[in-house]
Design a protein around this ligand. Sequence first.
Ligand SMILES: [Zn+2]
Length: 444
Amino acid sequence: MEAETIAVLKRLIRFDTTNPPGNELPLAEWIHQAFGAEGIESQLLVPAPNRAVVVARIRGDGRRRPVLLLAHMDVVGVERDKWSCDPFGGIIRDGYLYGRGAIDDKGMLAANVMALLLIRRDVVAGGLKLERDVVFVATSDEEAGGDAGMKWLVENHRDLLDAEFAINEGGRTRVLPDGKRYLAIQTAEKVSHTVTVTARGPAGHAAIPREGNAIFALASALEKLSHYSEPIALTETTRRFFGELAQVWSDERERSAMRALASATGEQQLTEPASILARNPVFNAVLRNTISPTLLGGGVRTNVIPAEVSAGMNVRTLPGHSIEDVVSRIRRVVPDEDIEITTSSHGVDSPASNPDSPMFAALARTAKELDPEIAVVHYLGTGATDSAQLRRLGINAYGILPFPMVPGDEARMHGHDERVPIASLHFGTRLIYGSVRRIATAAT
Ligand SMILES: [Zn+2]
């Protein structure tokens, strides 16, 4: 199984599916054929020229609703000169398998392919009885919004996605500096919006300055916002996250802050522990709605005063929070009438997945069998994944990244010399295979 997993991942990496343009079709054909060769029912769909979706299925007796294994086939681009090896070579060096997509998302795609093949072999050779269908879905275009992938699939083949549970990317398996490990299973995610701040003023020749320069007005508005943070807010997910993470967290002050936060009963009890934890940027981002200015626009040349300038801000709201409420709080921080504040793109909220489901339990139990010391935590994703769309369809989606990694390796995602530790690749494959086998059979 281990040699086969490595061979599959190498093969997947060698298809250059850099998006744009994606060109996922040849990779999809390879998966489709690999399944066909073992008698697995598989469909190859083509949402756009040279794009693809593979939906494969091993049928159960229908007593329960299906479980879905999801991964995307496209990858982000590379700066080849910054890599120490060929990003599409699938090279092994010093215990790592290198290549674009090794951890986002071809590693998981390989683990999902293996899980399906192994379950099929269990059914054929071992007489394994499935109580629900195991459905494999590989999409294109995830890294560019999913118009030729998940969005297309939801709009055109909603029936293929019928499932009670889904496993997707979006979580983490972290190895801390002291060697302790935790599996973070993403059960909810923040919602991304764009808020535009626009300042207007008298235009004219730069040689004759006038009161009310739009750039100064915008700078002053942004300066006020730079001192503003949204209020702390715990969700069911983050309350569990901090309580569970405390089990493996070595910093004593932060650990007791996590426990205090998890057991807080009123607003006042949140303030002190939250202020300790919010110094960590990742914890800060799960404790509140966040505001990041990301774009500046305006002006045509240095000797012309522009009439209008604007700043684009990415605002990420916690599940259940409204962007309108955030904008009205921003309005109070920047009350100036000549500043316009508008929500230029609205994200769509999605409900959290059931945090106590048999799927969550199957992942947790399988992880503990593979590594008795590992902690399992609920996780609020700060990024956006396709799971939001699944949750809106009523599917309980769980985000994982099943490969235990130190922060330095995790940081290579979308970066240079992306790689997966070989031992972690095998852990992740066993975790997915074991959890799916567990949820699809009567065994618990
Ligand atoms: Zn991804």
